[in-house]
Ligand binder design. Structure first.
Ligand SMILES: [Zn+2]
Length: 454
């Protein structure tokens, strides 16, 4: 009997090119050999994908383990299909999709237990076009999320998709800057799962968010400082609606977005770096920082060679920031850092309010009496409060240097997660402890025998 399998509906998710092309060859390859080979390749690919998932899950488990000196943060942005304002159970005809105001929702998900939830979610809601979504934007949100962390590990693992705002030299420069300014941090792993196979826990968070948004009418964005007690059924504000989702730990609508783009010029542009799926940015392994800040970057083609297997040390690391090489004489070559990250301070990202203002005005005009004066006021605040906050900060701290410095200070004051580095207990050390206990007569179990090969 022939079973007709219906094609999956096309969606907006980017497909994995490996899967797509191998399946295509399996279907219509020229020879049987070729088709069989693709089948084998596809199986190998699936096993790689499975390995990738296990690595990310294991790292997340380590992140929840108080004895493991690692924190895993996953990040992604939700398709704004679900977060355009207003979000209404039944939308009147005059509020067409085109005139709804797009909001961006970016989640930073800490792999830390939060009540019954396996992840602690920090959601950032901003007008979609207010800021350029680039490396500076991603890193500014990461900085804000880090100020909310309870404690810091020496190893930070970031898991993000390969979109440009995540995988770019500005972002790598920013992470180098973070390492140079935050003393607890020793290294940052950035893992980019295979495109088309990024179905991570963040996706299920977005699933929860969008199903909550489908249950309620949301009229306006409304930010932070809302002390009103609202009942769920009357809730008409995006931030407040999100806050009511049990798995959401915090919603931020006014993060300070800095401009770090100048760092792009200071980073050594190693060719091919952006086509790899694992980046490691670390301080010098020997801890010798005498000649300025030794921040290194290395990469691996896949995430399989992860910290779990400790193969990163074999990777060739290069200096993250540019260096000058000068010949003092025939025998002595001096290598000097040309860039001192400690002296670097970002500027504020310039907001483009005009476009947002136009979109909001248009919506309010078309919507008319549908929006209450309070809704209108909340829309106004959502556009101006970022500016106000930055201005407040400038007044309070006199300059941007102190605005950024204050964030760094907050992060630097975090307690250390554990004194024990991630891999301090290697197999050998562990065996020494086991043998010591054995000699003292403690039952420590049996070791598996070495397998024999004939
Ligand atoms: Zn695939």
């Amino acid at each position: 009997m022939n079973v007709n399998l219906r094609e999956r509906k096309s969606d907006t998710l980017t497909r994995c090119s490996v899967c797509t092309s191998l399946r295509e060859i399996m279907r219509s390859g020229d020879s049987e050999d070729l088709r069989n080979k693709s089948k084998k390749d596809l199986e190998a690919h699936y096993s790689y994908i499975s390995q990738q998932r296990i690595i990310m899950e294991t790292l997340s488990k380590q992140s929840r383990d108080p004895d493991s000196d690692v924190l895993v943060i996953l990040s992604d942005s939700m398709s704004n299909k679900y977060s355009k304002l207003p979000i209404l159970l039944s939308r009147p005809k005059n509020i067409s999709d085109a005139i709804r105001v797009p909001m961006s929702l970016t989640t930073f998900q800490f792999a830390l237990q939060n009540g019954t939830h396996m992840f602690t979610n920090f959601d950032y809601v901003l007008h979609q076009t207010l800021y350029k979504h680039d490396g500076s934007f991603t890193f500014s949100l990461l900085l804000d999320a880090l100020t909310k962390a309870k404690e810091l590990p020496s190893t930070l693992v970031l898991i993000m998709d390969s979109a440009r705002p995540n995988k770019c030299f500005t972002m790598f420069g920013c992470l180098g800057l973070l390492l140079s300014k935050v003393t607890t941090l020793q290294r940052v792993f950035v893992l980019f799962p295979q495109v088309g196979h990024t179905h991570l826990s963040v996706d299920s968070h977005f699933g929860t968010v969008s199903s909550h948004l489908k249950e309620t009418d949301v009229y306006d964005p409304k930010g932070e400082d809302n002390n009103k007690k609202l009942l769920k059924q009357y809730c008409s504000e995006l931030s407040e609606t999100l806050k009511m989702i049990p798995s959401v730990f915090d919603v931020v609508s006014d993060p300070t977005i800095f401009d770090f783009s100048r760092l792009n010029e200071e980073v050594n542009k190693t060719p091919g770096l952006c086509s790899t799926n694992q980046i490691v940015i670390s301080r010098a392994a020997d801890g010798n920082d005498s000649d300025g800040f030794n921040i290194y970057i290395s990469s691996a083609p896949s995430i399989s060679s992860s910290i779990l297997f400790e193969t990163s040390s074999k990777e060739k690391a290069t200096k993250l920031f540019k260096v000058t090489i000068s010949c003092l004489n025939t025998f002595i070559i001096a290598i000097q850092d040309t860039f001192d990250p400690l002296k670097f301070f970002p500027t504020f990202q310039i907001r483009s309010t005009d476009q947002v203002r136009k979109a909001v005005d248009n919506l309010l005009t078309v919507g008319g009496s549908m929006f209450s004066p309070l809704n209108v006021d909340n829309f106004d605040q959502s556009m101006s409060q970022y500016g106000k906050n930055v201005r407040k900060m400038q007044l309070r701290h006199k300059s941007i240097i102190s605005a950024f410095g204050q964030i760094v200070t907050i992060i630097n004051r975090k307690a250390r997660k554990t004194q024990r580095p991630l891999h301090s207990t290697t197999d050998n050390e562990h065996m020494t402890i086991v043998n010591h206990l054995k000699r003292r007569g403690y039952g420590v179990g049996h070791l598996p025998k070495q397998p024999k090969f004939d």
